[in-house]
Design a protein around this ligand. Structure first.
Ligand code: MG
Length: 323
């Protein structure tokens, strides 16, 4: 069995940002707000609501300030947003955000294509964002994309990931989310990269952001849990797809993560039925089925009038039909 698992995990919901930015069909601002308000009612404690990128880059998120100003803020829920630069930070702060996230990649080519800067230039530019954010009383998170593989360069040196994590911590971010941007990571690799990072940084300062593009996200998350990671990024329904593999799954689904954690006796505070309700509504907004496996099972059971819950860790093994 597992040597030690965290008793509680924070699910960091990224669907409104990382999900919607990759959806083809534009979602009206009022529907985004309703989506975020529905997420706030599920028991989630951290929701990334939008990105203050230049609207020319990602037109889907041009309404960032309206969304940030209009959502209903539930006490106990942290609301965050992505900011690419000083201008984005100013817009976010003006819109009342008190948690922001910066981002860069562990591989040069992806970083260059994503933000048109080298990694060193990106880190230098964080000086225009992180200290002013702190001065304004905002918390800052950081994303390290392509931490487990790059769509352009292939394998990524784990030492590059460690060096970036150390550098970001030195610059004062409260948490670093290691992203498997293209969903290529596998459990032994994740253990290798993460163990190296955890030699330098405490587990509380690390989050994991997996994509289920090749079906390995939950296995990778399990490795993270065993190493003491207690913040897991996910998107409702698995919203968003993968820009590098059209039609493939992207972000691991919040329902799938919540189901697994619930069944393992790890507290998340999240109500799975409410997640599924919200997810079903989002499916109609974006105009396609959500990839979430738990959601599909849940909807199928509901259609048949059944109700099933994760077996508790102490449950007696049962004989099941089918495989
Ligand atoms: Mg993602």
């Amino acid at each position: 069995m597992f040597s030690h698992l965290p008793p509680a995990v924070t699910i960091y919901e990224v669907g409104p940002r990382d999900g919607l930015q990759n959806e083809a069909r534009p979602v009206p601002t009022a529907d985004k707000v309703a989506f975020i308000d529905a997420l706030s009612a599920t028991g989630l404690r951290a929701i990334e609501v939008t990105s203050f990128v230049n609207p020319r880059w990602i037109p889907q998120l041009a309404d960032a300030a309206d969304v940030a100003r209009t959502i209903r803020r539930v006490p106990g829920v942290r609301y965050s947003c992505l900011v690419p630069n000083r201008q984005g930070l100013e817009r976010a702060l003006d819109a009342g955000m008190d948690e922001v996230a910066v981002f860069l990649s562990a591989s040069e080519t992806h970083n260059k294509r994503n933000v048109n800067k080298t990694i060193a230039e990106t880190l230098a530019a964080f000086e225009d964002v992180i200290p002013p954010a702190h001065a304004a009383g905002a918390r800052v998170r950081a994303y390290v994309s392509t931490a487990f593989g790059c769509p352009f360069e292939g394998p990524v040196d784990p030492r590059a990931v460690v060096d970036l994590a150390v550098e970001l911590q030195r610059r004062g971010v409260y948490q670093i989310s290691l992203g498997d941007t293209i969903g290529v990571g596998t459990p032994v690799q994740v253990r290798d990269v993460l163990s190296r990072v955890l030699e330098k940084l405490p587990a509380e300062q690390i989050a994991l952001h997996f994509h289920d593009t090749r079906g390995t996200a939950l296995a990778n998350i399990l490795v993270g849990l065993e190493l003491g990671i207690a913040t897991i990024d996910s998107a409702l329904g698995g919203l968003g797809g993968c820009p590098y593999a059209p039609g493939a799954s992207g972000n691991v689904s919040t329902e799938d993560v919540a189901y697994m954690l619930d069944g393992m006796g790890i507290a998340t505070g999240v109500d799975l039925d409410k997640l599924c309700e919200a997810s079903t509504r989002v499916a109609s907004l974006v105009g396609h089925e959500m990839p979430s496996k738990y959601l599909k099972a849940h909807l199928g059971e509901r259609a048949r009038g059944e109700r099933r819950r994760a077996p508790t860790p102490s449950a007696e093994p049962t004989t099941k039909t089918g495989t």
